[in-house]
Design a protein around this ligand. Structure first.
Ligand code: SBW
Ligand code: ZN
Length: 260
């Protein structure tokens, strides 16, 4: 069974063969067209609330197609489009081989160099991520665009400074110093778009309430180079780059905005 990836013979266009839901009606990512979004006051009346707490020893790993940090502390979100409390499970990123591409969601057709995903599961209704992952209200994922600036992102620096230690597939390390994922969020989390979508990688479960923030976070070119130095396999294997799924049609879905 050929494993899925982002190459010519196992990339996004081939996934539907093993995962028919790839042709479903609530797939992600999408192109975000702000003028097509409906400003919904219900989102502002019930503000999105983030209660993240410090991770004493966060595990950073290279699963082969991204870099992922597994969360063990009680970091939760609620409000906005969400019913109940969603618990942070992990975060990871998608990035390009060059700054002109890399994000999964696009903004008026524009790609950003990378996109950060903070993955939460509905802890009010389900007892684990694994139970929640295939339920229509199971997951909530924050999508945060990355843009290039001359200054490194301090919150990401604790990770990009040690990526060389997880350069190869299945490598993992513990980030010793305390790390609060709240440092990854943009300053203004009150301006976001939200819609019902899916995981952007197989098994592409249609279980995600997406919350994509308008404000990007800023990273340096050196930090992008650190992501692009990660390898898909062991020493000498190809770099992990362009690990993004292109946008799918919004179809009959409503894209809502928390702001005018
Ligand atoms: N890019 S994404 O945020 O949509 C995303 C988040 C999580 C996952 C994920 O957890 N995949 C592994 C998985 C899938 C189903 C069941 C599991 O227990 C784990 C995949 C994509
Ligand atoms: Zn992702």
């Amino acid at each position: 069974m050929a494993t899925w990836g982002y190459g010519n013979d196992n990339g996004p266009a081939t996934w539907v063969k093993s995962f028919p839901v790839a042709a479903g009606t609530r797939q992600s990512p999408i192109d975000i067209v702000p003028t097509a979004a409906k400003c919904d006051t219900k989102l502002t009346e019930n503000p999105l609330t983030v209660n993240y707490s410090p991770e004493p020893a966060m595990e950073l790993c290279n699963p082969g197609l991204s870099v992922k940090a597994n969360i063990k502390s009680k970091s939760v979100i609620k409000g906005g489009p969400l019913e109940g409390e969603y618990k942070l499970e992990q975060f990871h990123l998608h990035w390009g081989s060059a700054d002109k591409q890399g994000s999964e969601h696009t903004l008026n057709g524009k790609m950003f160099p990378a996109e950060l995903h903070l993955v939460h599961y509905n802890a009010t209704k389900y007892s684990s991520f694994g139970e929640a992952v295939d339920k229509p209200d199971g997951l909530a994922v924050f999508g945060i665009f990355l843009k290039i600036s001359d200054k490194p992102h301090q919150g990401l620096k604790s990770l990009t400074d040690v990526l060389s230690e997880v350069q190869y597939k299945d490598k993992s390390i513990n980030i010793k110093q305390e790390y609060n994922p709240v440092c990854l969020l943009p300053d203004n989390i009150n301006k976001y778009w939200t819609y019902l979508g899916s995981l952007t990688t197989p098994p592409l479960c249609e279980s995600v309430t997406w919350i994509v923030f308008e404000e990007p976070i800023e990273v340096s070119e050196d930090q992008m180079k650190a992501f692009r130095a990660l390898c898909c396999g062991e020493c000498g294997s190809a770099p992990i780059v362009d690990n993004y799924r292109p946008p799918l049609p919004l179809g009959n879905r409503q894209l809502r905005a928390s702001f005018q």
